[in-house]
Design a protein around this ligand. Structure first.
Ligand SMILES: [Zn+2]
Length: 472
């Protein structure tokens, strides 16, 4: 009998690979942070002696959800600007606030809040794009998440960096500092084609090859972005990225709302990923991505929440349900994006995009034990004929009971805990109240006529030197 760390005895396990498989009364054996067995409970109890056994009698266990696109620190800006078109939302709210606020402490406190929310919603990995990425990485790791940190590039100066070279230099230094952390990996994260120049994008294409990193970029989010690009460059943004060597299997095309058939085919042919962020696209009236076309062309699909300033939830379960419903409603085909495909997008699809598919994204022997248990015993999920259906169409975050990242239990019966088992929420929420006061004052100033441009925004932080940059 082999001694292991943990044995999860589950009513159901959905391993994601093979797609659609549902295992009943199965156990997941975990040792050294990795999955060492997926087998019937009775057999597991004969083969393994576990230091800890967790019985999950009315639960379904899936791979941890992978949030392929967010700006975690913006959780502190949740609800600061609703029901506005993109240009006003940016110009009147996000840019002035970021100019005044963005500093290392803002990113650290905001990312901890976001990490707590994401973990409690079953997300074990997030791909982040924001200033001060080392503070974001530290926050995500302390709360217990797997962090995919964006090495940001944008042409505008901010409190974090002065120009594109400075952003890249600082981001690469963060990568050097954290490269031995097994729970941290990196993307190159140029903000968008309309905020990053050709020379910077070309350099990023070279760096991506040299360093073997994914490239995480907003692209074709709005119709306006495409019109502007055609006017300025004579090319649609995706064509421009392609000319610069960026449309490859490394590309995470975030949003990808406005794509022609040939552009969908190009993403598929190159093995690129479309990162679908349906809530953000709807709330900012950007449009609806052609997810049924992505499926038809076999484009790798991942899901993201985007930041809490444009969502306003960091809830990947909600994105899963919305993705399924929109794909059906927009295509007129009720079979578009079935539940199994949605769960795959929210797990293995994200892992593939981030270069982590050998390590996470499915429940398979040898992979790292990033797992979520959903309790389907509640009123809202009874009766249960098909736990996969419930995950996509009936579950909310309240069904997430327990979460493991790299074999460590980071959420226990809905409570995020630290290494000693103590609850994390109190310490994370304490600084949020102070930020709320400060942001409230700035919003008051905004509402009394300090609209104008980012450069004229109220600046009360000594960390802010300038502030045209934004990473929404
Ligand atoms: Zn975004």
């Amino acid at each position: 009998m082999r001694t292991i760390d943990t044995l999860l005895c589950c009513r159901w396990v959905i391993p994601v690979r093979p797609r659609g498989q549902i295992l009943k009364e199965h156990a997941i054996a975990i040792d050294g942070g990795r999955i060492v067995g997926v087998l019937p409970v009775a057999q597991a109890q004969r083969e393994f002696s576990a230091r800890e056994t967790v019985t999950l009698p009315q639960h379904v266990v899936t791979p941890g959800l992978v949030n392929a696109h967010t700006h975690a620190a913006m959780s502190l800006l949740r609800g600061v600007g609703d029901d506005m078109p993109l240009s006003r939302w940016l110009g009147e709210r996000i840019w002035p606030l970021e100019a005044a606020l963005a500093c290392e402490q803002f990113v650290y406190d905001g990312t901890r809040l976001a990490a707590l929310e994401m973990l409690r919603g079953g997300q074990t990995t997030c791909s982040d794009m924001y200033f001060f990425p080392e503070a974001a990485a530290r926050a995500l790791r302390e709360v217990g998440m797997r962090a995919v940190v964006g090495i940001v590039a944008i042409e505008f100066p901010t409190a974090y960096a002065t120009d594109a070279d400075d952003y890249l230099r600082k981001g690469l230094a963060t990568r050097d500092a954290l490269r031995d952390d097994p729970l941290v990996s990196f993307t190159l994260a140029p903000h968008a084609p309309y905020t990053v120049a050709d020379a910077t994008l070309a350099r990023i294409a070279v760096l991506a090859e040299e360093l073997d990193l994914p490239v995480h970029i907003h692209v074709h989010e709005t119709a306006q972005e495409i019109e502007d690009s055609v006017r300025q460059y004579g090319l649609r943004p995706l064509a421009r990225l392609d000319r610069l060597g960026l449309v490859t299997e490394r590309l995470l095309a975030v949003h990808a709302v406005h794509l022609e058939e040939a552009e969908v085919a190009l993403l598929a042919a190159r093995g690129a990923t479309a990162v679908h962020c349906p809530s953000s696209n709807l709330k900012l009236a950007s449009g609806i991505a052609r997810v049924a076309a992505f499926s038809a062309h076999r484009v790798n699909l991942a899901l993201g929440t985007d930041g809490a300033a444009s969502n306003n939830r960091l809830d990947l379960l909600e994105e899963m349900r919305l993705a399924a419903l929109l794909a059906k409603g927009a295509s007129g085909d009720a079979s578009a994006l079935p539940a199994s495909a949605v769960l795959e997008a929210a797990t293995l699809g994200g892992a593939r995009a981030l270069g982590l598919a050998q390590r996470i994204g499915s429940i398979e022997v040898g992979k790292e034990a990033d797992l979520v248990a959903f309790d389907l015993g509640a009123v809202e999920t009874q009766p249960c004929f098909d736990p996969l259906s419930h995950l996509v169409y009936a579950c909310g975050r309240e069904q997430v009971s327990d979460v493991w990242v790299g074999g460590r239990r980071v959420v226990r019966t809905r409570q995020a805990i630290d290494l000693s088992g103590a609850p994390l929420a109190g310490a994370i929420l304490a600084p949020v109240a102070a930020w709320q006061n400060r942001i409230g004052q700035l919003l008051g100033a905004c509402d009394h006529g300090h609209r104008a441009q980012p450069a004229a925004a109220p600046v009360s932080s000594t960390d802010s030197r300038s502030g045209a940059g934004h990473l929404r």
